[in-house]
Design a protein around this ligand. Structure first.
Ligand code: V47
Ligand code: SF4
Length: 360
């Protein structure tokens, strides 16, 4: 049975941790200790670089068939607060953001019962033919699962069609927590864990890169966090198609889990650090600053994070509706560069596939 000193020796030697060693870090690793180890891993992989890209979010609808207890955002058709954007509105939004030199659009939303694969295929095709240079990162595995099944296709042919229509990569949402019993409790009718992993695996085989997330800080325990990381690490060994891992902190306002509150910043930083140490085959670890705030994002750069999301103007409403203080989070590129410099790191502007565009 390893102790913390054995784990330190393994990480320093570049050896992989077993699940029980990851669990020991969660149970007993103090913030300074896990931070020091995570920093070794991040500097080995990414030196002192912090990557960012110029992206913006579009959420075509918050109408959703699912019932995730942590969600503050979903509405039913005709319910107060529901929105549906049509193709023209989406194109207008894209046009506005391209003036600010965006290179990527991130499109995700609720699972709309009436919008199938053909609808999104047409949307992708229109965006791609209007803006061929814009990278389209779109649709969580949960949205993909619904639209592909609705059309009666296999995941492989459905994803193939979306790729042909313009889909460039897939974001990491919908993973939540893979443990089946807990997943049934907090998002009872959502795409199951095995299907989430299968969709990403199929995408990777088709040459579509993707991201992965975990939703933490709700009812999960540390074994369930390690189990989640372990399933991702195993798939990544097989496909190498994941680009970055994004831990998402549960935010507690206006949803059915509200009474459990939120975990501390110390827990956020420990979670980043242990994720960085455990996921030794993920090239990047991303903090989504509109969710955790600028101060925690800045601190996270000393706890394994080498990637920051949210540059131009963050238009996502999933967090503002769940209690994030800054309702209109925005940092322009130079603010972000400044934040990274002040944390003692080197800002690197990238494209979605991590090609370096500029070092500041
Ligand atoms: O899957 C929903 C989460 C995710 C809450 O791939 C919540 O680059 C916290 O996946 N508190 C969608 N989280 C967002 C997402 C994402 C974000 C940024 C970058 C990327 C990427 C992906 O938001 C959902 C769910 O896990 N979520 N409700 C909540 N109350
Ligand atoms: Fe729907 Fe996503 Fe909200 Fe779940 S988290 S209810 S899938 S919008």
């Amino acid at each position: 049975m390893s102790n913390l000193k054995d784990i330190e020796n393994k990480v320093t030697a570049g050896d992989r941790l077993k699940p029980e060693e990851g669990l020991l870090l969660f149970n007993e690793g103090e913030l300074g200790f896990v931070g020091m180890l995570a920093n070794q891993v991040r500097e080995r992989l990414n030196s002192d670089r912090v990557y960012f890209n110029r992206n913006f979010h579009i959420e075509p609808t918050n109408i959703c068939i699912h019932n995730c207890q942590f969600c503050s955002y979903r509405r039913r058709i005709n319910q107060a607060g529901a929105w549906e954007m049509d193709k023209e509105e989406i194109l207008t939004k894209i046009k506005e953001h391209l003036v600010k030199n965006a290179t990527e659009v991130h499109i995700v939303g609720g699972v709309h019962p009436q919008r199938g694969l053909e609808y999104y295929e047409d949307l992708l095709f229109t965006i791609k033919s209007t803006y061929p240079d814009l990278h389209i990162k779109a649709f969580t595995a949960v949205e993909l699962d619904f639209m592909i099944r609705k059309s009666g296709l296999s995941y492989s042919s459905g994803l193939g069609r979306l790729k042909d229509a313009g889909l460039d990569s897939i974001p990491g949402g919908g993973a939540e927590i893979f443990d089946e019993a807990l997943r049934k409790k907090i998002c009872p009718d959502k795409t199951d864990s095995q299907t989430w992993l299968e969709i990403h695996k199929t995408a990777h085989k088709l040459g579509i890169r993707s991201n992965a997330t975990i939703l933490y800080g709700h009812l999960e325990n540390y074994s369930q966090r390690i189990d989640h990381l372990d399933r991702l690490r195993t798939l990544q060994d097989e496909t190498h198609g994941f680009q970055t891992f994004i831990p998402l902190k549960y935010r507690s306002e206006n949803n059915e889990l509200s009474k459990i509150g939120e975990v501390s910043i110390i827990e956020d930083l420990r979670n980043y650090a242990i994720s960085r140490i455990y996921l030794d085959n993920f090239p990047h670890l991303k903090a989504y600053w509109p969710m955790i705030g600028k101060d925690t994002a800045s601190l996270s750069l000393s706890f394994g994070v080498d990637d920051l999301d949210g540059t131009i103007e963050d238009s996502t409403r999933i967090y503002s509706m769940a209690g994030v203080e800054d309702k209109n989070p925005s940092l322009n590129t130079m603010d972000l560069v400044d934040l990274i410099h002040k944390a003692g790191r080197t800002p690197v502007e990238r494209d979605t596939l991590y090609k370096v565009l500029k070092t500041y």
